[in-house]
Ligand binder design. Structure first.
Ligand SMILES: C[S@@+](CC[C@H](N)C(=O)[O-])C[C@H]1O[C@@H](n2cnc3c(N)ncnc32)[C@H](O)[C@@H]1O
Length: 321
């Protein structure tokens, strides 16, 4: 049964504003009810809107951040057994669904990247705005912190990460400063250590008036959380889990991420992604989905004005055939 949805009910958390909410709920066809998997439940904004779209909708919410998951659990407790939370990496989707005995999935959502809760947390080390240990792990129960990564990688590897994931022109100079400091026996341990080092290495960003360390912080976060790794495989597995006419919606915030989503969906729609000179297709393109968004949906001016973090969001969606 369809219900009115607002997505910001009485129990909503103020910490994170779900982006492209109405568009996502429509593309997921959440009104039809059934099982939905929110692979990045965060503070539960999108999950709540799915649960509100139909009283027949059930959501399995996955997140690798236990702190966020606990807040989502509290927020969505009023939906009883219609919401279940699982602490996992969404790249383990197939295993998670088998363990939870969820079959016949009507929709899968992935709202990639970090939440405002993580960015604004004064202790997690995602932002140069707060003095904190340089951690940046979404899942604090495992993996290497950003400080450990900077202590281990070579200058070339650090430069590559900052250049590729941060699109930072002065990546080589920043990497050199990091390694020189390390060689002097001074480890980079806090957000302030890194922000000050980058600011001194490159000077102020006069053109874009952003903090000079913005791109370096973004790059490190992507590397620490391996955000681009196996994203293509996750999308294919998500499509495998959908029942016919089921929907997939992916929101990305970075051009590299969006490119992977776009290419994987094209491949799954049967469009070969091999270089044109190859005599035969080697990418394994097969027609499993119909793409619902020829171009990605982006937030309108009003959404960007009320939530500037939505600015770079891109929503792509497909329907399982
Ligand atoms: C942009 S937020 C999602 C916000 C959510 N849609 C809401 O409305 O509150 C992204 C969330 O995805 C989680 N996340 C990112 N990569 C993940 C992964 N590989 N597996 C599981 N969770 C992940 C992050 O911890 C974060 O909580």
């Amino acid at each position: 049964m369809a219900m009115a949805f607002g997505g910001q009910g009485p129990n909503s958390q103020k910490g994170h504003r779900p982006v492209l909410l109405r568009e996502t709920i429509e593309l997921l066809a959440a009104k039809r009810g059934g099982w939905f998997v929110d692979c990045t439940v965060g503070l539960g904004g999108h999950s709540e809107a799915i649960l509100q779209a139909s009283s027949d909708a059930q959501v399995l919410g996955i997140d690798r951040d236990e702190e966020a998951l606990e807040l989502a659990r509290q927020r969505l407790a009023l939906y009883g057994s219609r919401f279940r939370a699982v602490h996992a990496d969404f790249r383990e989707l197939t295993r998670v669904l088998a363990t939870a005995k969820v079959r016949q999935v009507h929709g899968v959502l992935a709202d990639l990247g970090v939440s405002s809760l993580q960015l604004d947390s004064p202790s997690r080390g995602f932002s140069f705005r707060h003095e904190a240990p340089l951690d940046m792990r979404m899942d604090m129960s495992r993996g290497e912190t950003a400080a450990e990564l900077l202590g281990r990688l070579s200058e070339v590897e650090i430069a590559r990460i900052i250049f590729e994931y941060g699109e930072e022109r002065r990546a080589r100079r920043i990497a050199r400063w990091i390694v020189e400091r390390r060689e002097r026996g001074e480890l980079i341990q806090t957000t302030r250590d890194l922000a000050e080092l980058v600011a001194r290495a490159v000077g102020p960003d006069k053109k874009r008036r952003i903090h000079p360390a913005t791109r370096t912080f973004q790059a490190l976060r992507i590397a620490v959380n391996a955000e681009l790794e196996n994203l293509d495989r996750f999308i294919s597995e998500a499509v495998d889990q959908l029942e016919p006419d089921g929907r997939l919606a992916v929101i990305s915030f970075h051009s590299l991420e969006d490119r992977i989503v776009k290419r994987t969906l094209l491949k799954l729609s049967g469009r070969c992604q091999c270089p044109p000179r190859l005599p035969k297709c080697l990418c394994g393109a097969t027609k499993a989905v119909e793409i619902l968004t020829r171009r990605p949906l982006v937030p309108n001016e009003a959404e960007i004005e009320s939530n500037p973090r939505a600015r770079s969001a891109r929503l792509r969606s497909a329907r399982k055939i």
